[in-house]
Design a protein around this ligand. Sequence first.
Ligand code: PSU
Ligand code: MN
Length: 348
Amino acid sequence: SPASRLANLRRHLDLTEAVNKVAHVNGIGGSMKVKVASEVSQALSLGRAVVALESTIISHGMPYPQNLQTAIEVERIVRENGAVPATIAILDGTPCVGLSLEELERLASLGTSARKTARRDIANVVARGENGATTVSATMFFASMVNIPIFVTGGIGGVHRHGEHTMDISSDLVELGRTPVAVVCAGVKSILDIPRTLEYLETQGVCVAAYKTNEFPAFFTETSGCKVSCRVDSPEDCASIIGKENLLFPFFFVAHASFKLKLGTGILIAVPIPQEHSTSGHIIESAIQKAIKEARENNITGSAETPFLLARLNDLTGGASLAANIALVKNNALVGAKVAVALAEKRK
Ligand code: PSU
Ligand code: MN
C-alpha cells in the first residue's frame, strides 16, 4: 500500500541519516571521522543483517598468511549465510567499519606492528594517526556506535590466571557490561581463569548464553566444567533474547521502545568448537601450562600476555592450535550470520 511504502521510505531515510551522522562524531580535539563501508551503511539503512568482526585476531591472533586467509574465509561465510560482514579496524587514525580486500591485506601483513587496540587505546591511536587492530572491547564500541547488534570472534579476553593478584582482567568483560552488542565466541581459552571470568561477567550483568549446551565452552574443548544460566538452541532463540535485552534501531522503533528492556549490556553467545576439531584439546592443555610458565619466567604481562600465549601455543602444538582456532572462528561466523539474519527478520 502507498502508506506502507511511505513508512518504508521514511524508515530508510531516518536510518540513512543516522548512519551518515556517524561519519563525524565528537572525539578528541574536535570531531573525528568514522569510515563506514558503503555496503555496510546500505545494509544498515535497509535494516539488513550485518555482522561485525574484530581485527586483533588478524594482527596478533594468527600468523601471516593464515590470518589473511581466515579473515577472507570468515567474511565469505558471513555473506553465504545472508549477512554483510563488517571487519573493524583503525587505519591511519580513522576508525573503519567494513574493510576492503586491500585493507584486510594491509592489516594482515602489518601483523603485530599494528597496535593492539583495546578501548583504552582508541583515542591515542586515532590522535596519532596510527594503525590499530581492535580487540573485542574496541570492536564492540564501534559496532555499537553504528548500530551493529552482533559481532563474531574466536575467543574473548577474560580474567587471567592469578588475576586475583595481578588485577589483569580483560577490558572485554567490562565492555560487555556496558555496550549493547551480542558477541558470538567459542568461550574463553583455559590460558585464562574460566570460573573467575564467569563470575566477573555475572558481576557486570552480562547474560552468558551457551549454544546447544548447558556448559560454557573452553575454546579448544567443548566443556569447561562451568555451567551457564542460559541455554540457547537456535539462531531465533538467540535473536529473541538480543531483541528483548537491547534497544535496536531506536530511530524507527520509537513506538516499541517502551517494551524493550534497554539493559544496555552486551550478551555473550558461547558456541562450542565443532566436535571433529576438539580432539586435540588435551594436547593443547599441556602446551598451555608450558606457555604460561614461560610467560611468567620472561615476565610477560599486560596486553602482551595474550598474544604471547597464542603464538607459543601454536609453536608448541605444531600448528594444531591454529587449525582448531581457524575451524572454530568459521563455525562462529556461520552461527553469528544466522543470528543476524534472525534479528533482521524480527525487525521487519
Ligand atoms: N583470545 C583469542 N584470540 C585472540 C584474542 C583473545 O583466542 O585473538 C584477542 C581478542 O582481540 C581479545 C584480546 O579481545 O585478545 C584480549 O586481550 P587482553 O587479554 O589483553 O584483554
Ligand atoms: Mn590485560
